[in-house]
Design a protein. Structure first.
Length: 319
């Protein structure tokens, strides 16, 4: 039985020098626009503070306008150190909403209210863009960022997509490609069990096999090679079961390769591959093995290459 292989998404190329320059100009312009919005709200917040009985009305707008960028920078630093706090990112939002409310109250017409409220809001919008870039880049570097599932899949197959997302979340599967590959193998293994045990396959399947199927670590080859999954006859109720159609004999015999044979074949296939090209998906495609075996072979190959690059110390060398 051959399974359909899924291709890996190509990595996003790094920004070129003109793109880096354009991003720098955009960041400076965003900071300038945000600063102008905070300065523009100074008079409106000062007037509100004077009505509330502040002895120094200027302290309220200065305190709020300084706290907004301070908490924004604190949020970015926490993301950079992989210590993000969910509530910190909402502090600039709350302070900005307070400033926007005071500015809207200071406007005399509808468009004046919209103009007064929009300027301070720009700072939070730009800071959220920066925080998103930080989070995505750091998550990609550390391998902890979980890939998103396409909206079209949620729309076309919500129940199965929710089950897929649940397994990705529970078992920390960050790669969407790997999750899809595991789901394909799980569906094929489920079909094999149904063909073996019939419609009541859940009742007759061994408990360990059902757990492996639930975890997504059971492959069709493992179902065929598992000695504990022997067909058990279903209970008969004096009614002879309908004869099942026999499948056509396969022209290719299924051979379960051992770990040593897989590693030997992987050495030959990856002899000319660089270290960065060795990953579980490419090994699985080249050897036509399961995802679990490909990850084991990948770790063994990388360990062998690391060991081969270590300097050899000769005994009896001159001191």
């Amino acid at each position: 039985m051959t399974t359909t292989t899924s291709t890996e998404w190509p990595a996003v190329p790094p920004l070129t020098r003109p793109e880096m320059g354009l991003a720098g100009v955009g960041a400076l312009a965003a900071a300038g626009v945000g600063a102008l919005g905070l300065v523009a709200s100074f008079d409106a917040v000062s007037e509100a503070a004077a009505r509330w009985g502040f002895s120094s009305p200027w302290m309220l707008p200065v305190g709020i306008d300084v706290a907004i960028p301070v908490f924004t920078v604190a949020n970015l630093l926490l993301i950079r150190m992989d210590m993000a706090l969910a509530w910190v990112r909402f502090v600039p939002w709350v302070l900005t909403l307070v400033t926007c409310g005071l500015n809207v109250a200071a406007g005399h017409g509808m468009w004046a209210k919209v103009a007064h409220g929009t300027m301070p809001l720009l700072w939070v919008v730009f800071s959220e863009i920066g925080a998103h870039i930080y989070a995505v880049r750091i998550g990609a570097a550390t391998g902890r960022r979980m890939d998103k599932i396409r909206f079209g899949r949620w729309l076309l197959a919500f129940p199965s997509t929710f089950a897929l997302w649940r397994r990705m979340t529970l078992w920390e599967i960050t790669s969407y490609t790997e999750a899809l590959e595991r789901e394909k193998e799980r569906q094929l293994a489920r079909a094999e069990l149904r063909e073996t045990y019939g419609r009541r396959w859940r009742k007759h399947t061994p408990h360990r096999t059902r757990v492996l199927l639930k975890l997504g670590d059971l492959t069709p080859a493992a179902v065929d090679a598992d000695p504990t999954t022997e067909p058990q006859p279903e209970a008969s109720n004096d009614v002879a079961p309908k004869p099942r159609r026999s499948r056509k004999p396969s022209t290719k015999a299924k051979a379960t390769r051992t770990a040593a044979e897989l590693l030997t074949a992987a050495r030959e296939a990856t002899a000319t591959w660089p270290d960065e090209a060795i990953n579980a998906e490419k090994i699985r495609t080249a050897l036509r093995c399961s995802a679990a075996n490909s990850r084991t072979v990948r770790d063994a190959l990388l360990a062998e290459r690391t060991e081969a690059r270590r300097p050899v110390e000769f005994e009896g060398a001159a001191a």
